[in-house]
Design a protein around this ligand. Structure first.
Ligand code: PBG
Length: 320
């Protein structure tokens, strides 16, 4: 009877699998800060993409981890970079899998910030408006390689409209935009910054990411991005912000996504490894709660793990 009256049903197609892509060939290396998560060279992506697709996962999101960084983030729009090469290699082998890409400059900049730094005389911080053209170049580079969805995670103002315009003018009107619209300045990104080598060398991201104390502000951020042309929006992180997921999903008419981020993954992993939590039960409870709060899409490093559990539970129950 519990199943009969269940209000929230998680499906593999609700999940988006994040994948870290490094340059080179023939390597799949586990990330120290994220056990069970790997750095893949582009040629290794089709295998994991196929595995995810066969489990019912319908989308992946690629994060580039380049070998070299510079002061202008030029690697972000290099057509031979790991992300564009990775997109093409997935599309060649698993054409029906939706390929999303994270659009941000932090892992391509030598200073590790998500934008171009402001001139020294203007004090510390990023130069919002000088960052927009670089983000647009990055989005175009991913679109040229065949990305279905670009996902700007930098939190600069006006970037959704700017990128939409750049995509349309180059004929990429079918490439959708998933906006990291309400992205908080969170401690839960720690393991990711190791994985993406994207920690700021100086200062922090509070100049552009949101204050964890604010929720009404998230509604404003989300509305602005939708007005600028976002096709989906995201709240990030997920579990500490379920109230924000809920409030946002009550007022918008685009699909809402939530990112179960690296620190949230790491907490369950670490506790499970020490025998403090039942990993399977904890993962399914966490992901179900994110969906219950109003997210249609959940970005999670547990995507394949959870999809596999769902697939097993579809099997007919044994008698007795
Ligand atoms: C890049 C970016 C971050 C994450 C996704 N895109 C890190 C940050 O803003 O510092 C975090 C993802 C995670 O923790 O799993 N701007």
């Amino acid at each position: 009877m519990r199943e009969l009256v269940r209000e929230t049903a998680l499906q593999p197609s609700d999940l988006v699998l994040p994948l870290f892509v490094v340059p080179g060939r023939g390597e799949k290396r586990e990330i120290a800060s994220l056990p069970g998560v790997y750095h893949y060279t582009p040629d290794q992506l089709p295998a994991v993409a196929k595995e995810a697709y066969d489990l019912g996962v319908r989308a992946v999101i690629l994060f580039g981890v380049p070998e070299h960084t510079d002061a202008t983030g030029s690697g972000a729009h290099d057509d031979n970079g790991p992300v564009p090469v990775g997109i093409t290699s997935i599309k060649d082998h698993v054409p029906d899998l939706v390929v999303m890409t994270d659009v941000c400059l932090c892992s391509y900049m030598d200073h590790g910030h998500c934008g171009v730094l402001a001139p020294r005389e203007r004090g510390p911080g990023v130069d919002n408006d000088r960052t927009l053209p670089v983000l647009a170049e990055e989005a175009l580079c991913h679109a040229r390689a065949g990305a279905d969805v670009v996902a700007p995670s930098d939190m600069m103002d006006g970037r959704i409209g700017y990128i939409r315009d750049a995509l349309d003018r180059s004929g990429f009107y079918e490439v959708a935009i998933l906006s990291y619209a309400a992205k908080y300045a969170s401690a839960f990104y720690g393991p990711f910054r190791d994985a993406a080598k994207s920690a700021p060398q100086q200062g922090d991201r509070r100049g552009y990411q949101m204050d964890p104390a604010n929720a009404t502000e998230a509604l404003k951020e989300v509305r602005l991005d939708i007005a600028e042309g976002a096709d989906f929006i995201m709240v990030k992180p997920a579990l500490s912000y379920l109230d924000v997921v809920y409030r946002v999903s009550q007022v918008v008419d685009v699909p809402v996504s939530a990112y179960h981020v690296s620190g949230e993954y790491a907490m369950i992993k670490a506790a499970a490894e020490r025998g403090m939590l039942d990993e399977r039960a904890a993962v399914m409870e966490a992901l179900t709660s994110i969906k219950r709060a109003g997210a249609k899409l959940i970005l999670t490093y547990y995507a394949m793990y959870a999809a596999e559990i769902m697939q097993q539970s579809q099997l007919p129950k044994e008698q007795g």
